[in-house]
Design a protein around this ligand. Structure first.
Ligand SMILES: Nc1nc2c(c(=O)[nH]1)N[C@H]1C(S)=C(S)[C@@H](COP(=O)(O)OP(=O)(O)OC[C@H]3O[C@@H](n4cnc5c(=O)[nH]c(N)nc54)[C@H](O)[C@@H]3O)O[C@H]1N2
Ligand SMILES: Nc1nc2c(c(=O)[nH]1)N[C@H]1C(S)=C(S)[C@@H](COP(=O)(O)OP(=O)(O)OC[C@H]3O[C@@H](n4cnc5c(=O)[nH]c(N)nc54)[C@H](O)[C@@H]3O)O[C@H]1N2
Ligand SMILES: [Mo]
Length: 765
């Protein structure tokens, strides 16, 4: 095979500017501009008629679940339809009228396409037929479905060990697809199931499992109506979970208070004009944040320790600040956690946090006087070396206040992808679960492997080291989402075969193994009809509720297959029709898959019926204050160390965040309206004092450089934007900055890449 011509692929893509305009950052979210922008995106991608039809069916009880995020739907969706600006963008992106057909691929080689920006690549349109990139070619060409399945089966059979294959999942897949996929991967013989959540909420899962016995949050949507204090940490709901703002609005209207903890003052947390109410469009809206703690990047642990220390002092005086009955009855480690605080001085913690002392007083007062407290968080806490400890410190606070297992209180890790939580629940996991394995064996008659599989960062290393040779992805955009773009690119290029089951074209289709396959699949909004039956599937939202989703739009092409069908056919072909699992019938009849899910996974009984309407909640031990699975049958306090960075004089800490116009690696547009940046993504937000220190002016061009283990990584061409961000901190968008994140630096225990605290230097270009 050594005479194969090497493709001349650009792994990173272009680094050019697109023509920036700057405005003042916004001081409210949504309102009329959101409606206008949503309509613009919808009409541009889908045309007027399809837009109206599509949006009226989104998040309604008989329609489809918004692919935008995992925030739950209210019991009574609004008459205007329950969606938000960014949900509309997500759906417009999927239901676009543009198509990537065989003529497109005949015209544009992968070499050429790899020089397009993610924005251009995504805007090409929907994938509509299976395509193959042969080893000696730079052009994708059509392939029949059955031939594609056969090729995959042959490559899998060629491997020396099942552990030489990697099976990635992104969180858009339904419970049914994910269950079948996990089943096939285990039947094939490996647990190599890296998942987008490895880069996302894995730190939450680990921390919550160890402290509370379940890797999910405990609150329900209605708890926001009752909460006295909601803390929103390391999360930008105005952009990433806009429908959460309605819940915060309700909390405020009921007298609740909001504390936001974030290095940035995000518009969505300042004020909200609810676009689904007339007054929200016309009037001044609801002010949300009562206390903003402008913490330095990754200094949440010192900040929380300071708050807890202050609360402990107050509790010593009055004995009623902490919930001592709750602590005695339900928890382990209280004394140690309080004693541990003695080693820190308040001055030291305050200085590390970077927060104004007066604001901390206000937050302490709110937390001292109330006990219906919800803590919400997302990537600002999880994507650090100490991501797991960040969350454990939040749990400490909730345990001290007895803010768990009662109305208006609890943990709220706000999930990313619309079914990332469900995929995990039904078995997408690189760890071995003995209970799940036994259950699978009893139901299907084969024994799943008992060896731990590879997560995302270790899967990349295995491919780089040529220990894994086949990469299969059920959704996602592995290359752009993962850390260390150049290293990950090489890893994928080292594979013999890379396969992507996808809706839209992305970079992972262009930076490939020797042979590559694109298998186009139905999107969530599309009608899935087989043998005259209009099939539905189920998803689980961020609060553990399972419900149905039924696509209603005409599919982008008649050649598309559903994810379960594709998985079932691969399995059927691989096992040549002789295996204890009836792959083909499962892949055609989702009711049969659901029956099996019911057998194998706890809490899904009578799923076919119960998932109708608003659906049903899965069991959650924290809601019941049942900690029987944990040591001493108690919830666990944790001793968390302070994060260490040892930055040198000329180094910054960089967080890589989302603009308002993207969904992860899908770039909807080039504006970040709330932060006042238009028509440009290659920007870096910097404190004015730092700009002066380094003699930088607004819109100066700089390169960002990270150095880890003597390896220098560089991202070129970023425009400096003066911004209200703590000194020594920087913010920039991903995926452009993923080239800076070292593949081998990740959170302890959860292995989540350190995408929110990368040490960088800034050089003038
Ligand atoms: N429209 C849209 N919706 C999305 C997505 C999208 O890309 N676009 N992505 C989906 C996915 S997969 C996910 S996981 C979620 C992501 O949702 P978010 O986590 O809200 O997304 P990020 O843009 O990464 O924002 C991180 C926030 O944390 C803050 N932050 C960064 N570092 C720190 C820190 O050290 N401490 C504190 N306290 N704050 C910090 C940043 O300033 C920013 O406000 O959204 C989901 N929904
Ligand atoms: N530096 C940095 N890196 C990050 C992050 C960060 O904050 N900073 N965030 C991380 C996070 S939180 C996450 S979750 C990951 C995201 O990682 P991924 O989930 O891998 O990436 P996405 O961009 O969401 O994937 C988009 C692609 O999914 C495909 N797709 C969309 N809908 C469907 C569907 O219904 N079925 C199928 N089969 N395919 C579909 C489309 O082809 C689209 O191109 O990125 C991570 N990477
Ligand atoms: Mo995510």
């Amino acid at each position: 095979m050594s005479n194969i011509k090497k493709r001349n692929i650009s792994v990173l893509g272009p680094e050019d500017f697109t023509g920036i305009t700057l405005k003042k950052p916004a001081d409210y979210a949504a309102g009329l501009p959101a409606v206008k922008v949503a309509i613009k995106h919808a009409f541009k991608e889908m045309g007027v008629v399809k837009s109206v039809r599509t949006l009226s069916q989104m998040n309604q009880k008989n329609g489809f679940d918004c692919p935008g995020c995992a925030w739950p739907d209210p019991e009574k969706p609004s008459k205007l339809g329950e969606y938000c600006e960014n949900g509309v963008k997500a759906i417009a992106e999927e239901a676009t009228n543009s198509k990537v057909d065989r003529e497109f691929f005949a015209k544009h080689s992968v070499e050429e396409l790899s020089r397009w920006s993610d924005y251009q690549i995504g805007k090409s349109g929907r994938l509509i037929e299976p395509m193959i990139l042969k080893p000696d070619s730079i052009y994708y060409e059509p392939i029949a479905w059955q031939q594609a399945y056969q090729l995959i089966a042959d490559e899998l059979h060629k491997l020396k060990s099942p552990d030489e294959a990697i099976f990635y999942t992104s969180g858009r897949s339904s419970n049914e697809a994910a269950f079948l996929y996990g089943l096939f991967v285990r039947a094939f013989g490996t647990n190599n199931m890296p998942d987008c959540s490895n880069m996302c909420h894995e730190s939450s899962g680990v921390a919550l499992n160890e402290t509370l016995g379940i890797g999910k949050g405990s609150v329900k949507l209605e708890d926001f109506d009752l909460a006295q204090v909601v803390v929103v940490m390391g999360q930008n709901p105005g952009t990433n979970h806009p429908r959460m703002l309605s819940a915060l609005q309700k909390c405020k209207e009921n007298g609740g208070k909001i504390i936001s903890i974030n290095p940035l003052e995000e518009a969505g947390l300042i004020r909200f004009k609810n676009p689904q109410e007339v007054k929200g469009v016309l009037a001044s809206g609801t002010s949300l944040t009562d206390v903003h703690l402008q913490v330095k990047i990754n200094q949440d642990v010192p900040l929380l320790k300071l708050i807890i220390k202050r609360l402990a002092t107050l509790d010593q005086e009055k004995q009623d600040v902490f919930d001592h009955d709750f602590i005695a009855k339900y928890t382990n480690g209280y004394k140690e956690v309080v004693r541990d605080l003695d080693q820190y001085s308040e001055e030291e913690l305050l200085k590390l946090s970077g927060v104004d002392a007066k604001r901390i007083d206000e937050a302490v007062q709110l937390l001292a006087n109330n006990d219906k407290i919800i803590i919400c968080w997302a990537m600002g806490l999880t994507q650090h070396k100490n991501g797991v400890e960040n969350i454990k410190e939040c749990v400490n606070l909730l345990l001290l206040k007895g803010s768990l297992g009662k109305p208006g209180a609890g943990t709220c890790p706000v999930r990313g992808h619309s079914n990332v939580q469900g995929d995990r629940t039904v078995g997408i996991m690189h760890h071995v679960s003995p209970a799940l394995n036994t259950s699978i064996e009893n139901t299907f008659g084969f024994a799943p492997p008992n060896k731990e599989g590879l997560d995302t960062v270790h899967a990349i290393k295995a491919m780089y080291d040529k220990k894994a040779k086949v990469f299969i992805a059920l959704g996602g955009n592995f290359l752009s989402a993962a850390s260390d773009t150049e290293y990950t690119g090489r890893a994928l290029q080292n594979c013999d075969l890379t396969v992507n089951v996808s809706t839209k074209l992305n970079r992972t289709h262009l930076v490939t193994g020797k042979t590559a396959l694109i298998l186009p699949t139905l999107g969530r909004s599309e009608m899935d009809v087989k043998n005259g039956s209009h099939r539905f599937f189920t998803v689980e939202n961020s609060m553990g509720k399972v419900h149905q989703s039924k696509g209603l739009l005409k599919p982008a092409s008649e050649h598309l297959k559903s994810e379960p069908e594709i998985i079932g056919e691969i399995a059927e072909t691989y096992f040549k029709g002789s295996h204890s699992v009836p792959w083909k019938s499962l892949s055609q009849d989702y009711d049969l898959i659901r029956q099996k899910i019911e057998h194998v996974i706890k809490g899904f009984n009578d799923i076919n019926n119960r998932s109708k309407g608003s659906g049903f909640y899965l069991p959650n031990n924290v809601r019941d204050l049942d900690f029987s699975k944990l040591p001493d049958q108690k919830a666990q306090f944790s001793l968390c160390d302070l994060p260490k960075h040892n930055t040198k004089e000329n180094e910054f800490i960089l967080m890589t965040i989302r603009s308002h116009d993207q969904f992860n690696t899908t770039i909807y547009g080039l504006d970040d309206r709330y932060r006042g940046v238009y028509n440009e993504r290659r920007v870096v937000f910097m404190n004015l004092k730092d700009m002066k220190k380094y003699s930088l002016k607004k819109l100066d061009v700089v390169n960002l450089i990270s150095i880890y283990d003597d390896t220098k990584r560089k991202a070129n061409n970023f425009l400096v934007i003066p911004y209200n961000i703590p000194e020594g901190n920087l913010a920039s968008y991903f995926p452009e900055t993923n080239v800076l994140v070292p593949y081998n630096h990740f959170a302890d225990k959860s292995h989540t890449p350190i995408s929110k605290s990368i040490i960088v230097q800034v050089e003038k270009a």
